[in-house]
Design a protein around this ligand. Structure first.
Ligand SMILES: CC(C)(COP(=O)(O)OP(=O)(O)OC[C@H]1O[C@@H](n2cnc3c(N)ncnc32)[C@H](O)[C@@H]1OP(=O)(O)O)[C@@H](O)C(=O)NCCC(=O)NCCS
Length: 195
């Protein structure tokens, strides 16, 4: 039987939750991610990583337990662009906590964060057989752009992928941040002679 949940919270990934976060990735996702992937999530400004965390009502000493995650990035962060693209890298909910709205909530927050960073489109890939994930993406307005034959390699086999995209408008805050960042970088290039 599942332990009673004291509360469910959503927040940014912190170093103290990194080990649990990595373990859940390796349990839920067939693709293996290297150390650089996890390191970059905590250090690069163009990455966003969020976790869903529960605390047990019965065991106060058990501490926070990561039961879901989502990660994403801006592909051309800081570049002068009007079509800044966001990308959903990974998403997962622990088996025991599925169907409770956790994956959907994590994805919703990621979409807003990517739009705040200037993303006008948000792209993702997923395997063509992943019915739960496909239903979730379609429910959030993602549209199927393309089927990519043999896109993934895992479990010693090639697997087809769907490429999905969410077309939308970056928030005003995000657009301003992107323009300001582009302006500062152009000025810096001009003054300092960057190529
Ligand atoms: C895909 C996944 C993240 C969904 O997480 P979840 O927390 O169970 O999702 P939610 O409860 O927020 O469900 C949101 C929506 O997803 C869809 N969905 C979720 N599970 C589903 C299932 N088993 N079958 C069909 N649709 C499903 C529904 O549209 C649902 O909307 P609803 O609540 O209106 O029914 C989860 O199944 C998972 O971790 N899978 C393994 C890892 C994975 O495949 N990640 C995606 C890689 S591309």
């Amino acid at each position: 039987m599942l332990p009673a949940v004291k509360f469910l919270d959503y927040h940014a990934l912190s170093p103290s939750l990194q080990d649990q976060f990595k373990e859940l990735h390796s349990i839920l996702l067939p693709v293996r991610y290297g150390e650089a992937f996890y390191h970059n999530l905590l250090t690069k400004r163009d990455r966003i990583s969020l976790v869903a965390v529960v605390e047990s009502a019965e065991d106060q000493n058990q501490g926070a337990c990561v039961v879901g995650f989502v990660t994403g990035r801006i592909k051309n962060y800081g570049e002068c662009c009007t079509t800044c693209t966001g990308y959903v890298m990974t998403l997962g909910t622990s088996n025991d906590f599925r169907g409770k709205g956790i994956g959907g909530r994590l994805l919703d927050v990621l979409i807003v964060r990517l739009q705040d960073l200037g993303a006008v489109h948000i792209d993702l890939h997923c395997t063509t057989t992943n019915e739960a994930a496909i239903a979730l993406y379609v429910s959030r307005g993602f549209t199927l752009i393309q089927k990519l034959e043999e896109h993934y390699h895992f479990h010693e086999k090639l697997h087809d992928a769907f490429f999905f995209s969410l077309k939308g408008t970056a928030t005003l805050q995000g657009t301003c941040q992107t323009w300001c960042s582009s302006f500062v970088m152009s000025l810096h290039r001009y003054c300092c002679g960057w190529q």
